[in-house]
Ligand binder design. Sequence first.
Ligand SMILES: [Zn+2]
Ligand SMILES: [Zn+2]
Length: 259
Amino acid sequence: MRRVLTVGLATVLLLVAGATPAFAAHSWGGYHWARTANPFTLKLGDNVSGLWDSMLVTASSDWSRSTVLDTTVVAGGTSPRSCRPTSGRVEVCSARYGNTGWLGLAQIWITGGVHITQGVVKNNDYYFGGSTYQYNNTAEMQHVICQEVGHTFGLDHQSTSGASLGTCMDYYKNTSASDTQSTSPNQHDYDELAAIYAHLDGSTTIRAAPSGAAPIRTPGADANGTPIGASAARGSWYLQDLGGGSFLLTHVYWAPGAS
Ligand SMILES: [Zn+2]
Ligand SMILES: [Zn+2]
């Protein structure tokens, strides 16, 4: 991708985010799906294979315990490798994206300052399934897919210290399949979702493209650009200006210790 983040763009984003109502601690910049009623249902397109299939179902049912949103797993709308977005929903993909350094990533497209119009999750089979990667285990896989899906609702991490807070929205590293810490949301995530989605909007970005939205550019397989935000240890954020007041925000979940 050609575009390089400038300090100016980051400042614009921060100003926009700062102008939104005060959210609790781990909202992802105040970003949320616009909708006119709660609970709302978000479709998760299934473009995953192998072990990820049941993990996506588990993540979907875990997140659907939220009082404000439900998710349903539907037929995928893209190819796993390209993992192109579909307006108004989330596409969840798995493929061998290569030695990218990341286990998973989440991308959300923003219009109007805070409203999510579509989302993408990529789970990198390069590090899972036959890999010698030290955290190649099913618990870490569940941790990754749960976290990346959580980002597409507008949730940020609860902790980036590496400690387990009992939520998939932390940076704990699962050591084996039987180490199931941090593989599902905790109550604080559900409370956070309730806070993020406490207000209603006059229109919806779910399923339909918002009128007046800028043309969406398809991201590359990798998130290029200048990282914004902190916690380089396991995660980085990237911001891309799509023009017309639209932004693409990417969170990358790095593979620590991978070579
Ligand atoms: Zn809103
Ligand atoms: Zn993350």
